[in-house]
Structure formats: structure tokens, C-alpha cells
Design a protein around this ligand. Structure first.
Ligand code: ADP
Length: 306
């Protein structure tokens, strides 16, 4: 039987401002990047989010379908729109991000009349993947609904993966984020944790917050350094797997997202954790060699997963 993966989150409209003030439009989202790379690696994956009934929502759906991402679980909320952000680049090349996202359709994935259907559908997946950014979308009630849905996934024999992606501006205060991340890590079967995120969120206690789950679940702790290493902790295993140096790092957007996709694809293909980490590094290494989150298909490394 095919293993089915659900990636939960938000894809936003991205507008990049050019020096003359004109705006170049594209789309972006952390869990969407992961879904896209999972699909490219041959994994049956659905993106689970909510969109509006506007032309840009239609375009997103068409683009995801063209990448082989399943869109049957995308809720459509009439009259709503996707979130939007503008990237402004200053004279020294420094980028800043500016958001319009409070009313984004994706925030209501677990609210309103269609939510029960989404939750029921989600509970039938073999693997459900969400990030800290996904958590920041839903508010207390939505997060509780997601947590309950994850328990239903596990009760049916499925697994839950959580990637710590932490963006402070998505949260009303640090304490809320700390609590939500703690709950999500405690409920996950697989945690992708970035040392940097943990540091921002919990300070010196960051690593301890995730390492307390060693033995209970699989942990991929992404460290710093150049090239960086990851520490993989699974059952009796505790190994450090360094990334190979990359000729030129062009743009690290989606490095972690693509790493998670290749790691999960490798684990689903039966590869052991340390090997999955090396495979994750290979895809992420290719992704950071190109501009943007999504590299050309021709640049995808052959990870020999099948
Ligand atoms: P994110 O901040 O998006 O989570 P990370 O910095 O943790 O991304 O990097 C994710 C992965 O990308 C690393 O595990 C590694 O595979 C790859 N990577 C990132 N930076 C480099 C680098 N300088 N050299 C080689 N690989 C890198």
C-alpha cells in the first residue's frame, strides 16, 4: 500500500520589490517546500491548507498539482485570500520581510464548518508533517484541534513529524511559542530541531528541551557550522552526520525544508536514520546552490531512493 504523507501549513504570495518599485510575484511557504521536494522524490504527498476563491489561490493549486503535490485536502474558503508578504532589499543587499497575513485563509484550516472533514481526512495519513510556522497560524483552539488530530493519526498507526521552524513575529509572545513547541515536540514521533531555533526560543535550555525526548522519538538536531552537521538520535543511536562542503552557497532558502523532505523520503524508503541524514544533506546541498526555494528539476540530485 502506498504511504501517504500530509504536509500542513501555509503558502503565501511573495512579492519581491525591485529597485524601481515594481513587484515580482511568486509563492512561498516552508511546509509547501517540503511537500514539493517530497513529491519530487516520489512520495505520495498532499498539501493541507486553506485558500480562497481568488485567481492567485487558483494559480497556487495549479502550480502544486503540476509538481505532483496532491491538492484534494485544500479547503477553499469563499471570499478569503492567501496571505502576502513583500521582500524589500536595501542598498546593501540586506532583505527585510513585511507581512499581510492576519486574515489569510490558511489560518482557518481548523475553524468553521469544513474543519471536521479536514481533521477526519488527516487522521488517515501515514505521516503528518507540520512546522513551528504551521503552529503559529492557528491560535489556541486551532492548535488544540491539530493536537487532537495528531493523536488520532497515531491511534491509527500513523506518525507525526514536527519541524521547529521558529519565526518570532508569528507569535504574540515568546511564552506562547515556548508552550506550543513543547507540546508539539512531546507529541511528535520525529522532530527536526534547529539549534538556532531552540536557542532563540529557550536560550541555554534549548537543546535540553528537545533531548529530553531521546529514546521516546526520533530526533534530528541540526547544528550550525559551515558545512553544518546534524546529530541524529534514534532509540540507541546517537550519531553526528556532517554535510559535505558545497562549492558555492548561493541562497539557503528552503535548506531545512528540503533536508526534512529528503530525510523523510529516505526513512519511508527504509533507510536507517544516519543514512537518511546524509541523503537530506545531499538534497539540501543542491538546493542552497541555487537561487530561491525551488531548484530546477534538472538540478535535483539522484538520491537513489527507489
Ligand atoms: P534551516 O535554517 O533552513 O533549517 P539549516 O541551516 O539548518 O537550514 O541547514 C539545513 C541543511 O542545509 C543542513 O543540514 C545542510 O544539509 C544544508 N546546508 C546548510 N548550509 C550549508 C553549508 N554551508 N554547506 C553545506 N550544506 C549546508
Amino acid at each position: 500500500m502506498t504511504t501517504r504523507v500530509a504536509c500542513i501549513g501555509e503558502c503565501m504570495m511573495e512579492l519581491s520589490e525591485r529597485p524601481d518599485g515594481s513587484l515580482l510575484r511568486s509563492y512561498g511557504g516552508d511546509t509547501l517546500n517540503t511537500a514539493l521536494y517530497l513529491a519530487r522524490l516520489g512520495v505520495a504527498v498532499d498539501y493541507v491548507t486553506a485558500l480562497g476563491d481568488d485567481p492567485w489561490s487558483e494559480e497556487m493549486l495549479a502550480a502544486w498539482a503540476a509538481e505532483g503535490i496532491g491538492t484534494d485536502r485544500v479547503r477553499r474558503l469563499p471570499g478569503r485570500m492567501p496571505g502576502l508578504y513583500i521582500i524589500r532589499t536595501d542598498g546593501s543587499g540586506e532583505r527585510s520581510f513585511h507581512y499581510w497575513r492576519d486574515s489569510a485563509a490558511a489560518r482557518d484550516l481548523f475553524a468553521g464548518p469544513g474543519a471536521a472533514e479536514t481533521r477526519e481526512a488527516l487522521s488517515g495519513y501515514d505521516l503528518v508533517y507540520a512546522s513551528g510556522i504551521s503552529l503559529s497560524l492557528y491560535g489556541e483552539a486551532g492548535r488544540a484541534a491539530l493536537a487532537e488530530t495528531c493523536r488520532a493519526v497515531q491511534a491509527r498507526g500513523g506518525r507525526v513529524a514536527f519541524d521547529t521552524n521558529y519565526r518570532p513575529r508569528g507569535w504574540p509572545d515568546t511564552a506562547k511559542a515556548q508552550g506550543a513547541f513543547r507540546d508539539a515536540m512531546a507529541a511528535a514521533d520525529l522532530i527536526f530541531a534547529s539549534a538556532e531555533d531552540l536557542d532563540w526560543l529557550y536560550g541555554a535550555e534549548g537543546e535540553a528541551e528537545v533531548l529530553r525526548h531521546h529514546g521516546r522519538c526520533e530526533i534530528v538536531l541540526k547544528g550550525g557550522g559551515s558545512p553544518p552537521s546534524v546529530r541524529v538520535l534514534a532509540r540507541d543511536e546517537d550519531v553526528t552526520v556532517p554535510a559535505a562542503p558545497v562549492g558555492s552557497v548561493v541562497d539557503t532558502t528552503a535548506a531545512g525544508d528540503s533536508f526534512a523532505a529528503a530525510y523523510m523520503a529516505a526513512r519511508l524508503a527504509g533507510r536507517p536514520p544516519a543514512e537518511a541524514a546524509a541523503i537530506g544533506h545531499r538534497l539540501a546541498g543542491a538546493v542552497i546552490g541555487h537561487r530561491g526555494a525551488v531548484i530546477p528539476r534538472a538540478a535535483m540530485p539522484d538520491l537513489a531512493l527507489t
